[in-house]
Design a protein around this ligand. Structure first.
Ligand SMILES: [Zn+2]
Length: 111
């Protein structure tokens, strides 16, 4: 998919993360990883797991597009952790060690 279309799709997800009523129900550490329970639309709960240098989500969007786009749950967490929408676009769908460390440091304060 051309980079321009990916940018557009990523902007949509960032927009949803900013607008929708998304909440964090809890966070916990397990060995070298941290997980967050995120509740989105329709009260559906998803788990976001940050581990070493990757961040994964259990939502269907991440399952289908997670290799090239950040789902709205990951966007929401990273925005709360202090990244800007432009920072998220620059990740090109691939968060790295810096973002994982940010989530680890913030932990349950993001909830
Ligand atoms: Zn997700």
């Amino acid at each position: 998919m051309p980079a321009q279309s990916l940018d557009r799709l990523q902007r949509k997800r960032i927009g949803r993360a900013l607008r929708e009523d998304i909440q964090c129900e809890g966070a916990g550490y397990h060995l070298d990883s941290i997980f967050f329970s995120i509740i989105g639309k329709e009260e559906q709960m998803y788990l976001v797991n940050a581990d070493l240098d990757s961040i994964e989500c259990s939502c269907p969007d991440f399952e289908h597009r997670g290799e090239v786009l950040l789902c709205k749950h990951i966007c929401w967490l990273l925005l709360r952790a202090g990244l800007s929408p432009e920072d998220l676009l620059e990740l090109r769908g691939i968060p790295g060690r810096r973002e994982v460390e940010l989530l680890m440091r913030m932990g349950s304060r993001l909830c």
